[in-house]
Ligand binder design. Structure first.
Ligand code: ZN
Ligand code: CU
Length: 493
């Protein structure tokens, strides 16, 4: 039976003649795609059908819009409706609230008196940005001022802690865990897709495994998942993977290891073991991970992370913006002060840390089922890590086409169908009748990242058109002004 039996004969849009890479990993095939309103209505030969608009995609690939499951775009989707760093890459859905920090839900409580949000919470904004007591409030703000792309939200464990605890340097008490669980459950009812932790950060490092297990135990009934920026990604990489597996086991929650990597030259190679542990655990549980295609990491400026870094470059500094782009060591030398004092004087600040091995990045990326995600950090003033603007086209152009790490079908699957199924995002991530018309048209021969460490805010090449819910949002290297983004819904259990 052909795809075109019993299909409508008239469409709002037909994307004609492209090579359809449908997100499932199946071989590409030449086909037309018919869109009615916000959905794909037909895939097949639509040469005889009517269309209000017909786009010629001959010689180009047509894929499901990419799903960036590891983002810190909580604020950007509200303040920059184009979400250009993402829409320019063909990303049509972002998952916010990773690494233990989400803008919502947050009630300042006892922390309101502090000048800046602590540690990783500062990555998302100032206290003024933490103004959503519930996820429903955040959703309302999104609905009132929708972005170009879709949004799904995780709830951050550090954000929960900041709302109920007076300090981070200890485990939460039973009463505090109960209070956090209550807020988490309400958020899950409000549509959160899961809980994230950032156990490497000062806001969460004193949270014992048990605290996370108790919170993660709320997730299963909602079909929601647990994502972890693990306690350690260097010398204790493997024990940290084991801790994550233990949390998954005891809580029963489907689990995602965030930005899987191995940092610090003396630790390179440990991913052989970490991947073996993950592979073994996958036999009995839902365990996945995401990875970004670079050998440098990026986060807040923190002494712990300096020790494994061969070169550290400042991406932002609230107090010394003139130091952005400079190597941290050169600032210390210029100031003639201690490392601690320099961190203190520059903070809140962010940095890029060069501390991974190229072969290891490829090994982790090539592992069956690894999801591609950016971990991009939008910053107002500064020089972000290029992964913010470059992740997806870099994988498609550099790793897939130029280095053959995997096929184009496999690359697209790891950016669309796979993340949609792991995060349970209904009707996204695949091109098929009935799915949302989140689509990217790109040239597989030319697609490439153009964002560099020196000029990171540069849109990718080869991304021709990006559609979200049937509307064109990115065309000719610009945002079209359309704002069709919505909440990406989690499948009901
Ligand atoms: Zn992280
Ligand atoms: Cu992150």
């Amino acid at each position: 039976m052909s795809d075109t039996t019993q299909i409508p004969n008239s469409f709002d849009l037909i994307i004609a003649g492209g090579e359809v890479v449908d997100g499932t990993g199946s071989p590409r095939r030449r086909a037309d795609i018919g869109v009615i309103a916000d959905r794909v209505a037909a895939v097949g030969d639509l040469s005889q059908a009517q269309a209000k608009e017909r786009v010629d995609a001959t010689g180009l690939a047509v894929a499901p819009g990419f799903i960036d499951v590891h983002t810190h775009d909580d604020r950007m989707v509200l303040t920059q409706p184009a979400v250009a760093p993402k829409s320019s890459q063909g990303v049509t859905t972002v998952v916010t609230g990773n690494c233990g920090v989400s803008l919502a839900p947050f009630v300042p409580g006892s922390r309101a008196g502090e000048a800046d949000p602590p540690g990783p919470m500062a990555l998302l904004g100032t206290w003024d940005d933490y103004k959503y007591p519930t996820l429903a409030d955040y959703n309302e703000a999104l609905e009132a001022s929708p972005p170009a792309i879709n949004v799904a939200s995780l709830v951050g464990h550090s954000t929960l802690r900041a709302g109920v605890m007076d300090g981070f340097e200890r485990p939460a008490t039973k009463a505090e865990i109960d209070a956090m669980a209550k807020v988490l459950e309400q958020s899950l009812k409000d549509g959160a897709v899961g809980l994230s932790t950032g156990l490497a950060y000062p806001t969460a490092i004193h949270a014992p495994t048990d605290e996370i297990v108790e919170l993660a135990a709320c997730l299963k009934d909602f079909g929601a998942l647990y994502t972890s920026h693990m306690r350690n990604e260097g010398p204790d990489l493997v024990p940290s993977v084991d801790e994550t597996i233990e949390i998954a086991d005891r809580s029963g929650a489907a689990t995602v290891i965030s930005h899987h990597k191995c940092v610090g030259r003396e630790n390179w190679g440990k991913s052989h073991d970490s991947l073996a542990h993950i592979k073994a655990a996958q036999q009995r549980m839902k365990l996945d991970y995401d990875v970004y295609p670079y050998t440098a990491t990026s986060t807040i400026l923190l002494k712990d992370f300096l020790s494994t870094s061969e070169k550290t470059v400042l991406t932002s500094s609230a107090t010394h913006p003139e130091m952005v782009g400079r190597e941290f060591d050169s600032v210390v030398a210029e100031w003639g002060c201690s490392v601690d004092e320099a961190i203190e004087r520059l903070s809140p600040a962010g940095a890029v840390y060069f501390r991974m091995d190229e072969d290891e990045v490829r090994r982790i990326m090539a592992f069956p089922g690894a999801m591609i995600a950016s971990d991009g950090l939008p910053i107002d003033e500064g020089r972000p890590h290029p992964r913010l603007w470059g992740t997806f086209p870099r994988v498609l152009g550099h790793y897939c086409r130029d280095h053959g790490v995997f096929s184009l079908e496999e690359a697209v699957h790891r950016m669309s169908g796979k993340p949609a199924s792991v995060f349970g995002l209904t009707d996204r991530g695949e091109i098929r009748p009935g799915a949302f018309a989140d689509l990217v048209i790109f040239d597989p021969k030319t697609v490439i990242d153009r964002a560099t460490f020196e000029a990171p805010e540069t849109p990718a090449g080869g991304i021709e058109r990006v559609y979200v819910n049937g509307e064109l949002v990115w065309f000719e290297l610009s945002w079209t002004g359309a704002r069709p983004g919505r909440r990406a819904e989690r499948a009901a259990v």
